[in-house]
Design a protein around this ligand. Structure first.
Ligand SMILES: Cc1ncc(COP(=O)(O)O)c(C=O)c1O
Length: 436
């Protein structure tokens, strides 16, 4: 299929509001704004076809400029439509232009309190925290602004708790092979991406990666020195690997026996992505801490750490903080999003899509002969391919489908959770063409 050009014509240059220079604006108020001041009306930024050199090059961006979304589709500046199997890297679970989400955002802004600081209580943050506590293993919630920040917070909470129990030596935070926990110094320390780590060493002390193997963990996790282990129940960036429930159960038993906190990073796999509200529910294993972010606030930046009563009991005012975390605007929007993502009908649909995706991807693998393996659950799938993943992603984009990678030879599919079966089938047909 070729990308449709039937989208409404979009302007190539979007007029931006003119911001008067500080000097002229001060002069205007001094003069009582009797007449419009002479201001430079040249927009500071124009929306061009070409990428802007003003943005720091930390990402290898695809050569398209997105201007709009519609359901499970994105529309670029040329009016081309793309079926989106990326969801803004697992953020846009409700797709694009969701009327309920739009209404929740309007209602949140109409409340007139976008930010209040964490020096005061707000109803929105309290309601969201209570909802999360009522729907999970947790007793307390800490709000922040991103996935990496949630993990860094979880590490601090675990360390505080562990030090109280075992003294200063009990400080290590252990990640496992294939993990991705973020790009800050401690979260990077537990992330298995040598290329991301190497240029920034030394990373935070006491944060390591070990093999994803129970024998290895038995040896490494010493009760005297280990504060926490962190794992993603479904590893995302590391190739979409669903961790075996038996592995999680054994890890739970080992960490309990040695008084080590177990952290589940559900930044990518949580909040409905696997067909369960929390991915840990698939295995029946409960952690001591759990981190969330990506889809939590419908595209607004938000992270959260969920804590058991025991870990929370070790935390005192001043131990951790963040200016923006859990602000009333973002929390009110998140309260709407979590309700939608917990809808049993949505979760059942994601599980059913997951079964269908498995069958369909296996059939594609059989037909095309360029696929070496598939893995996943719900609407989170990894496909090992012979060709470089970037080449397949580029071909799919030309054909109107947006895909992600999870390693040099692994494609990753993360469609919006509200996608229809028809749209999924359309996407897989494009994928098969791109794999041929
Ligand atoms: C499992 C997991 N943890 C943490 C992060 C980091 O989140 P953020 O990019 O919001 O810092 C990611 C991001 O992809 C992730 O997939």
């Amino acid at each position: 299929m070729t990308p449709s050009t039937s989208g409404a014509a979009l302007p190539l240059s979007v007029p931006l509001p003119v911001v008067p220079h500080a000097a002229t604006s001060a002069a205007t108020s001094a003069a009582g704004a009797a007449r419009a001041p002479d201001v430079d009306v040249t927009p500071v930024v124009t929306c061009e076809r070409e990428p802007s050199a003003a943005i720091l090059g930390t990402y290898a961006r695809a050569p398209i400029t997105l201007v709009r979304g519609d359901g499970a589709e994105l529309i670029d500046i040329e009016g081309r439509r793309y079926l989106d199997f990326t969801s803004g890297i697992a953020v846009n679970a409700l797709g694009y232009g969701d009327p309920g989400l739009r209404e929740a955002m309007h209602a949140a802004v109409d409340a007139g309190l976008v930010h209040a600081s964490n020096l005061f209580h707000t109803r929105a943050a309290a309601a969201l925290a209570e909802w999360l506590v009522n729907h999970s293993f947790a007793d307390r919630v800490f709000f922040c602004n991103s996935g990496a920040e949630a993990n860094e917070g979880a590490f601090k909470f675990a360390r505080r708790w562990a030090r109280d129990r075992g003294g200063p030596a009990k400080h290590e935070i252990i990640g496992v092979r294939g993990s991705f926990h973020g790009r800050l110094f401690a979260s990077l320390g537990t992330t298995d991406r040598p290329g991301y780590r190497q240029p920034f060493r030394p990373l935070a002390g006491g944060a390591y990666v070990v093999e994803r193997d129970l024998d290895e963990l038995e040896g490494v996790l010493a009760a005297e020195t280990a504060a926490a282990v962190i794992v993603e129940p479904v590893q995302g960036e590391g190739g979409v690997r669903v961790l075996d429930p038996g592995f999680l159960r054994e890890l739970r038993a080992l960490t309990r026996e040695r008084d080590i906190a177990l952290i589940f990073d559900e930044v990518q796999c949580g909040l409905g992505r696997t067909g369960w509200l929390f991915a840990y529910e698939r295995s029946g294993v409960e952690p001591d801490l759990l981190t969330l972010a990506k889809p939590l606030a419908g595209g607004l930046p938000m992270g959260a750490v969920l804590l058991s009563a025991e870990i929370a009991g070790a935390i005192r005012p001043g131990d951790h903080g963040t200016t923006f975390g859990g602000g009333p605007f973002v929390a009110a929007v998140a309260r709407y999003v979590v309700e939608r993502l917990a809808d049993p009908a949505l979760l059942a649909a994601v599980r059913a899509h997951g079964d269908w995706m498995q069958e369909s991807l296996l059939a594609i693998a059989d037909r095309c002969g360029t696929v070496r393996g598939i893995r996943g659950a719900g609407l989170m799938w990894g496909i090992d391919v012979r060709a470089p993943a970037s080449a397949v992603i580029g071909r799919a984009r030309e054909l109107g489908l947006l895909l992600l990678s999870a390693g040099d030879h692994t494609l990753r599919l993360l469609p919006p959770l509200t996608i229809t079966r028809e749209a999924l089938a359309r996407g897989l047909a494009i994928l098969e063409d791109a794999l041929a």
